[in-house]
Design a protein. Structure first.
Length: 150
């Protein structure tokens, strides 16, 4: 498996993975991925490839808060879960944070709904530590925040 930055050739397949996980509207998923990074929303994408097939993706906001990068989207294609794809994407995210963030910022961040046990386990097994829970943040659901010490 290879983890690479998203290129135009990956957009449709990445949108399909994201659509099935979050959006349930393929055009909205494509628009979200195609949105150009800006100062207001500096979003970057990594994709997991098995051969030429997109099997997962991770979107992160650069300089989310206090110069820390934050995982905004993490999705793995059904049929490819529990194969190390999420772990590989998080590992590459941490590598990118080490390169992009100022040395004074010692954490990169992520979060998931408290009901998503698989995502919580993935974060913990990848070295992320729970930093707290915000009640009702994610469409009325509680959100667990994680930090990875660089």
């Amino acid at each position: 498996m290879r983890i690479v930055r998203l290129r135009k050739v990956h957009v449709d397949a990445a949108a399909a993975v994201l659509d099935r996980t979050y959006f349930h509207d393929l055009e909205k998923a494509r628009a979200w991925i195609r949105a150009e990074p800006s100062k207001k929303r500096p979003l970057r994408w990594l994709v997991a490839l098995k051969g030429d097939e997109v099997v997962g993706l991770l979107g992160y906001q650069q300089d989310y808060s206090h110069h820390a990068n934050y995982v905004s989207d993490l999705a793995v294609k059904k049929g490819h879960r529990r194969e190390g794809t999420g772990t590989a994407l998080l590992r590459r995210f941490v590598e990118e944070c080490r390169k992009e963030q100022p040395t004074k910022q010692r954490y990169c961040l992520s979060s998931t709904q408290v009901s998503n046990r698989a995502s919580i386990r993935l974060h913990q097994e990848s070295g992320f530590k729970e930093m707290g829970i915000l009640k009702g943040l994610h469409y009325g659901q509680d959100e667990m925040f994680f930090g990875y010490r660089l």
